[in-house]
Structures are given as structure tokens and as C-alpha cells.
Ligand binder design. Structure first.
Ligand code: PPY
Length: 307
């Protein structure tokens, strides 16, 4: 297997990839950004890619949500959770926080350390980096101008960086969720605790349109674990919904919800069913069980056999 990931080496995304079975022994290709990593999958340069999709503080990673929602179809085959803690590393020679004028990191890392930065390095300007590791490596590049970076403790240690403060995150215990993405293929078998991801374009802009979508889940007892609206880019007011549900397409209630939604939004995208890392088997009421769906179908079939 050959994997792409948001690089360079030392990102949280690489830590996520290293949790994938066999990844230690596989070829790992760093990509400059999420779009590049996913294009490498689409074009067949790699077998799969790991990219961040959401974190418990800042929410969805727009670059990923948008990139998997459009273009050639992709499939999510696994999710990976990584607990996140950040350090503040400085350029060699800097010994005090007061000397820091410019700090570089990934936008999501900055969002998770903003209060700490306001309180401790108020004079520092934020310089966005393509990843935390890219910002960290920049500290060893004389051509770059930032004098500090917010990055993982691991990359700071591996690169022998000058760490001034550890644990600079505002929320202790933050977790980022990553996804393993392939070209469309076989769907992983259900485990009993699964998730599915859907992209649902808002077919018609009218009162109750979102309710119309949600009703398909409610009616079949399908719980949502994430819902985000993203602009389609076609003009103000044009949105699609990126949704994670608890359940697997092999389950009758999930299949029925997806089928109902497809009638409502034929351009819906099913991005995959895959094992959930956390959580328990969903509570399924009797009338939403596989058996109830199968019996209901055979009842209707028996009526229609008399046509
Ligand atoms: O930049 C990184 O290291 C990433 O992998 C993206 C990211 C940034 C901030 C929190 C979690 C993941």
C-alpha cells in the first residue's frame, strides 16, 4: 500500500496515518495540502490518503469537506482519532516570549491556541502555514520570517527545536478526527458500531427544505453525529450538507433513509460506511429493526403479487 497524507513528516495527520494497520511498513507520501493528497488518490498515484476532517474545538476542516464533496467520487473506509496537544517552539536564539513578533502554524492549530496566544504573546502576528509541521520546519529556514511555531511535541523533539512552552492549547483534551480515503470500492463490513458519511445538496431553496432531509433520518431512527452546511461556491444561499450518521448501509433503516433521500436529492453522494472508533451500538427501536423492514417489505410484496 502507498499512502498520501498532509505533510511534511511530523504533522498530526502523519500520527493518524501511523495508526493504520501496516502503515509503518508502507510507503508514505507527504502532500502539500489536503487537495493534493486527495488528487493523488483520484489519479491513482497512491492507494489511499489520510486527511483531517473535524476537530472537537474548531469543527469541520473545510478544505476536506469541500474536496471530498466534489470532483471524482471518493470513499471513506476508516476514521482515526488523535488527541491533540501543542507546544510553542521558537527560532534558535529566542529565549523569551516577549521576543516573538510572528508565529506560524496551521489555521486549525491557531484556532485552538488563540486565547493562550492573546494572553502570552499579544504582540505576535499569525502567519498561516500549510500544516503545523510546515510552520515548525520553517524555524530552521533563514528565508522565513516567523520566530515561533505552534506544533506537535513530536515534531519539536524529532527536529531538535527550541521549545519555550508546552501545552499551549486552550482546551485540554481536544481530539481531531481523520479519515482514510480510497477510490470507490468495496465497503467495509458492518461491525455493529459504524458510521456513514453523506453529501446532500439542498435540492430546492424553500421553507422546510432542511427539515425534509432530516425527516428521512428521524422516520427510520437514524442518529446524526455531525452535520455541516457548506457553500457550493455557485452563489450566496447555495449550500450542501455534509452529514455523518450512526449506522451502516448494510442496515435496513440506513438503506431506507438513503433511498428516501435519493428520491429527494438524486445527486446525493454516499461517501461510505466504516467502523466508528468511539461509541456504542445505536439503540434501535423494534419498528426500525432489520426484521421490521423485511417483514414490512414482504407484506407489501404479498399485496402487489395480487395485482
Ligand atoms: O497541521 C497538522 O499537523 C495537521 O495534521 C492538521 C491539523 C492541524 C491542527 C490540529 C489537528 C490537525
Amino acid at each position: 500500500m502507498k499512502y498520501a497524507y498532509l505533510g511534511p513528516s511530523g504533522t498530526f495527520t502523519e500520527s493518524a496515518l501511523l495508526q493504520v494497520d501496516g502503515a509503518h511498513e508502507s510507503e508514505r507520501v507527504p502532500a502539500a495540502n489536503v487537495n493534493v493528497a486527495l488528487s493523488m488518490v483520484r489519479e491513482g498515484d497512491v492507494d489511499a490518503a489520510v486527511v483531517p476532517i473535524e476537530n472537537s474545538v474548531e469543527g469541520g476542516v473545510s478544505a476536506t469537506l469541500d474536496s471530498i464533496a466534489t470532483g471524482d467520487s471518493l470513499q471513506i473506509v476508516a476514521e482515526i482519532l488523535v488527541p491533540i496537544t501543542f507546544v510553542l517552539a521558537a527560532r534558535e536564539g529566542i529565549t523569551e516570549l516577549g521576543q516573538i513578533r510572528q508565529v506560524s502554524t496551521h489555521g486549525h492549530a491557531w484556532a485552538q491556541c488563540r486565547l493562550w496566544a492573546e494572553a502570552n504573546i499579544p504582540a505576535a502576528v499569525f502567519a498561516p502555514a500549510a500544516s503545523t509541521a510546515a510552520g515548525a520546519l520553517g524555524l530552521q529556514d533563514p528565508e522565513q520570517h516567523h520566530d515561533a511555531a505552534i506544533c506537535s511535541p513530536l515534531v519539536a523533539q524529532e527536529r531538535g527545536l527550541n521549545v519555550l512552552v508546552r501545552g499551549v492549547e486552550d482546551n485540554v483534551g481536544a481530539v481531531t478526527r481523520f479519515i482514510l480515503v480510497t477510490r470507490p470500492g468495496k465497503i467495509p463490513a458492518p461491525t455493529g458500531v459504524d458510521k456513514s458519511t453523506l453529501i446532500i445538496p439542498l435540492a430546492e431553496d424553500r421553507p422546510g427544505a432542511l427539515m425534509g432531509i432530516l425527516e428521512h433520518f428521524t422516520a427510520r431512527g437514524v442518529n446524526l453525529s455531525r452535520i455541516e452546511s457548506r457553500p457550493t461556491g455557485e452563489g450566496l444561499g447555495k449550500y450542501f450538507f455534509s452529514v455523518d450518521i450512526e449506522g451502516h448501509i448494510a442496515e435496513e433503516r440506513v438503506a431506507a433513509a438513503v433511498s428516501g433521500l435519493h428520491r429527494l436529492c438524486p445527486s446525493l453522494r454516499f461517501l461510505g460506511s466504516y467502523p466508528a472508533v468511539q461509541g456504542e451500538s445505536p439503540l434501535i427501536e423494534e419498528h426500525n429493526s432489520n426484521d421490521a423492514f423485511i417483514q414490512a417489505r414482504s407484506f407489501v410484496d404479498s399485496l402487489r403479487a395480487r395485482l
